[in-house]
Design a protein around this ligand. Structure first.
Ligand SMILES: Nc1ncnc2c1ncn2[C@@H]1O[C@H](COP(=O)(O)OP(=O)(O)O)[C@@H](O)[C@H]1O
Ligand SMILES: [Mg+2]
Length: 438
């Protein structure tokens, strides 16, 4: 079937001059468009270059961050092929970036560690201790590694990010921390030893000055007696001898002698007692537990602590004569001193209203000693913290926050318990419970 084409539209008749003009106008239009396009292009290029510079800047920034962190970082694609590693990882494995990019990460794990995809399935956020293949020595030191899913811009899984730090480094940091802690504990021990020595010095000062004074008087008496006896031995007559006896006050001297000697003896005995009580306070932790009279320790601690303070309130003692526990006297003394120091700190500034009671009892195989004070008590939110190391509400230089922590450790080592509570009348009560001798 043959169709018929519609007739072509017939162009209107144009004069030659008109045609030339129309062509010129078309050309001008084309050139204008081209210029427009060209200037747009230049604009785009400038923008592109700017964006490129910003991108390069960002890239440089990210690269410098990645290479300056000491933790290792490995980014893998969804097939487990390495896409990016940081400088720390290159150092750890002693490999070049060019040899790693594109390699399967599983091939870099020391035997038995992989595959990485299984870790993600296990989906636990815990660290794993992994060794990588090392470029020259075989395997690296263990690394504590965390594994996370890499998400693309739509939030869909696109690979894996591994971050980690050599375990040795962590261990070293931990060791350094432990050492610092031990040092602080030692400092607190030295501080409490310092307080003890101050107390001892104070205590010794009294009898020693007594002895020194007496010996001084005795020396003078000896000189007078020597003079008197010297004259007698020369065989003087009675009148002269009696005159000398009076002038040298020989009778007073003789009457004084027994008291002087007794006083000196008493002073020496006091010094001996103090030294004996110190010997019992051996601070060493070693050695087997000895029977210790906790009542005596508590009383002693009170004495030491109040000696070291100006006008302290005198604690009220409600202790039986004997509260026997197996333990280390020096350590238990330290606990008592710490509790007593805290109680005295708590009531400071209360003047005549300050009250501290130390009570003790023995019930069903257990020795209990309680120290109750009239201080402000412990804020409820701090009740659970007072035994934490370094917890202190005292100003810097006054509190270390280690006293109760050390005391807690000592009491626990003795198989006992140390607890704190507030009493209804205000103030705090610390209770020390130790297994006693039945
Ligand atoms: N008797 C008490 N009354 C009130 N608060 C106390 C008492 N004893 C201890 N505390 C609190 O427990 C904290 C820790 O005590 P401690 O471990 O001995 O360290 P420090 O005495 O060096 O502060 C104190 O700073 C204080 O806040
Ligand atoms: Mg303290």
């Amino acid at each position: 079937m043959a169709g018929r084409q519609p007739p072509l539209p017939v162009a209107p008749e144009l004069a030659d001059g008109d045609i030339a003009q129309a062509q010129e106008a078309a050309w001008i239009e084309v050139i204008r468009k081209m210029e427009e396009v060209y200037s747009d292009l230049i604009q785009y290029e400038i923008e592109l270059e700017e964006k490129n510079t910003a991108l390069e800047e960002a890239q440089r920034f990210i690269t410098s961050v990645l290479s300056s962190v000491s933790d290792i970082l490995v980014v893998c694609d969804s097939k487990g092929r390495i896409q990016q590693v940081n400088l720390a990882f290159l150092r750890l494995t002693d490999m070049a970036e060019i040899d790693l990019i594109g390699q399967p990460i599983d091939a870099l794990l020391a035997a038995g560690a992989g595959p990485v995809s299984h870790w993600l399935e296990a989906a636990s956020g815990e660290d794993r201790e992994i060794r990588f293949v090392h470029g020259s020595t075989g395997t690296t030191d263990p690394v504590a590694l965390t594994c996370a899913t890499l998400l693309d811009h739509r939030g869909l899984p696109a690979g894996t990010v591994l971050t980690g730090r050599p375990v040795g480094e962590l261990r070293r940091a931990y060791e350094a921390l432990k050492q610092a802690q031990a040092q602080l504990v030692q400092q607190e021990k030295m501080a409490s030893l310092g307080r003890l020595i101050a107390g001892v010095a104070h205590e010794l000062n009294n009898p020693i000055s007594f002895i020194v004074g007496n010996v001084h008087v005795l020396t003078k008496y000896r000189e007078r007696l020597e003079a008197y006896l010297g004259v007698i031995h020369q065989g003087v007559d009675e009148t002269e001898r009696e005159a000398l006896r009076r002038s040298l006050r020989i009778d007073t001297l003789m009457a004084d002698l027994p008291a002087l000697i007794a006083g000196t003896q008493e002073g020496a005995q006091r010094v001996a007692d103090i030294v004996k009580s110190l010997k019992r306070l051996s601070f060493s932790q070693s050695g087997a537990a000895q029977p210790v009279n906790l009542a005596e320790i508590a009383e002693n601690a009170v004495q030491w602590v109040i000696k070291g303070r100006k006008a302290p309130p005198v604690p009220h003692l409600e202790l039986p004569e004997i509260l026997l526990v197996p333990g280390h006297a020096g350590q238990l003394h330290q606990v008592m001193v710490n509790l007593m120091e805290n109680a005295l700190d708590a009531v400071e500034g209360q003047g005549n209203d300050a009250r501290i009671t130390v009570s003790g009892r023995f019930t069903s195989g257990t020795v209990v000693v309680e120290i109750t004070d009239s201080g402000p008590g412990i804020a409820t939110e701090n009740l659970g913290k007072v035994f934490d190391p370094f917890f202190t509400t005292k100003p810097v230089g006054q509190g270390t926050g280690l006293g109760l922590w050390i005391s807690y450790g000592i009491v626990r080592d003795h198989g006992g318990e140390l607890s704190a509570e507030n009493v209804a009348s205000g103030g705090a009560r610390f209770r020390l419970t130790l297994p006693g001798f039945s």
